[in-house]
Design a protein around this ligand. Structure first.
Ligand code: URP
Ligand code: ZN
Ligand code: ZN
Ligand code: ZN
Length: 468
């Protein structure tokens, strides 16, 4: 046959267009887009469905060591299965540098964990926790040349925080090597100060995680990161922006013409700090503990303003899954003595797209094009996967999600494929659902059933960011 697969009768949506056409696929790539495609070995009927570029989730954490006796709820097999069921065809997890270790050795260890395990394509960012002279002068430049063209730095967390001097040094390497830095903006010392004060007052429940890192802490760090980037003259990506205060800093920078970009996540348009109260202040609030923490309704509105107004370039999950009812999960042995021992992070790789589609497109806040831009196209452009991924067009990888815009679903943990034992969105109602996920021409997920093969997804390297 001329084609391995034809997707027929669907409406193709890209970041700029929307039109009815068939899609012809051969050897994992899109080779034809036409009114009518015949002569395919297999045909999929997409009548009444949208054909969207597969979701790219550029912010997920998988198999990251998170403390003694802690295991993340997903390995690369379960995370990529969950991602595929949720309409994604590529994920970008992090390879975390362990302090004192060679960065290269850490990267190789993650590659080994992922190799042969993935259902969809996977590509690593780096996390720089120990910017020694060797890391900055040799390892990082070599890794950028090998296709690790983005790395994350942290302004908080005991094991990860960099000083301002170190941030500036990493930014310099990014500028020289034409890589993109992602910055976690929360001020370490302010959080420690507030945490100690809360603990002294006996405010130790998971809810006070939010109180210990208020918006001002994020605003201050966001401004500091922007200033450092301006000093060095390098583009940056501010990840997981949670509310109005940090969003306004990003907008201020953008209005001054600085190359400052920003990401937000489902938790910041759907959850609030009150979710961390749990039932009668029990420990179940821990299920919502992530950093930055969810804010309030007014902040959700501000995030929407930023999405609609173009402040945000990507919408990612920040999937960072731990099990709740598990001694190696969310609640560590000390977490009843203080919120600061509750592990940070929530699962979301499988629910990101339906939540954003439903809250955004179905509720009339954003267009289909904007949805595609923020969930796929911009991720590919910003992280160097374009024009291989991120759109539907001839020569692109055949990474496609067939989407039913009318299908109503209630999110239930029992239907999900991730390794966590809960979802923060239990009972959340959505309109619009990914009914089939096709990755490099192979059906991976079909109506919630995983039909792909482990190992079909590859660990891929990336080119330079379009922001450079
Ligand atoms: O709470 C979160 N978001 N944990 C994941 C790590 C990070 O900072 O992105
Ligand atoms: Zn972060
Ligand atoms: Zn994260
Ligand atoms: Zn403490």
């Amino acid at each position: 046959a001329q084609f391995d697969l034809a997707i027929r009768g669907g409406t193709i949506v890209t970041a700029s267009d929307e039109f009815r056409a068939d899609i012809g696929i051969r050897d994992g790539r899109i080779v034809s887009i036409a009114d009518r495609i015949e002569g395919a070995a297999r045909e999929i009927d997409a009548t009444d469905l949208l054909a969207l570029p597969g979701g790219i989730d550029s912010h997920v954490h998988i198999s990251q060591p998170s403390g003694p006796d802690v295991v993340m709820a997903d390995d690369f097999a379960s995370a990529t299965r969950a991602a595929a069921a949720g309409g994604n065809t590529t994920i970008l997890p992090f390879a975390l540098q362990i302090k004192g270790s060679s960065l290269r050795a850490c990267v190789e260890a993650y590659k080994k964990l992922a190799d042969g395990e993935c259902y969809i394509d996977t590509s690593f960012h780096l996390i720089i926790s120990d910017p020694t002279a060797v890391v900055l002068g040799q390892e990082l430049p070599a890794l950028v040349k090998d296709g690790y063209t983005s790395f994350k730095v942290f302004m908080t967390y005991d094991d990860l925080v960099l000083s301002d001097k170190q941030l500036l040094e990493v930014f310099e390497v990014a500028r020289r090597e034409q890589a993109l830095v992602m910055v976690h903006c929360e001020g370490y010392d302010a959080i420690r100060h507030l945490t100690e004060k809360l603990e002294r007052e006996g405010h130790i429940a998971p809810y006070f995680h939010g109180t210990s890192r208020p918006q001002i802490v994020e605003r201050e760090a966001t401004h500091r990161a922007i200033s450092h980037a301006e000093i060095v003259g390098v583009p940056i990506m501010i990840v997981h922006v949670s509310g109005r205060e940090a969003m306004e800093q990003v907008r201020w920078a953008q209005q001054r013409g600085l190359p400052v970009h920003a990401e937000t996540c489902p938790q910041y348009i759907t959850l609030t700090a009150d979710d961390m109260k749990g039932l009668n202040m029990d420990m179940s609030g821990a299920k919502y503990v992530c950093s930055p923490p969810p804010r309030d309704k007014a902040s959700q509105d501000a995030i929407w303003d930023g999405i609609i107004g173009g402040v945000f370039h990507t919408f990612s999950s920040d999937h960072c899954p731990f099990r709740y009812d598990d001694p190696k999960g969310k609640l560590t042995p000390n977490s009843r003595t203080s919120f600061c021992w509750v592990l940070n992070g929530i699962p979301g790789v499988e629910t990101r797209l339906p939540i954003f589609f439903s809250e955004g497109v179905s509720k009339g806040r954003i267009s289909l094009q904007k949805f595609v831009e923020l969930t796929s196209t911009n991720h590919a452009r910003i992280y160097g996967l374009y024009p291989r991924k991120g759109s539907i067009g001839v020569d692109f990888d055949a990474d496609i999600v067939l989407w039913d815009p009318k299908l109503k679903k209630t999110i239930r943990q029992s239907d999900l494929h991730h390794g966590s034992d809960y979802t923060p969105w239990e009972g959340f109602e959505v309109t619009g659902w990914p009914v089939m996920t096709i990755a490099r021409g192979q059906v991976v997920a079909d109506n919630g059933k995983i039909v792909g093969t482990k190992g079909a997804g590859e660990v891929i390297s990336r080119g330079r960011s379009s922001l450079i």
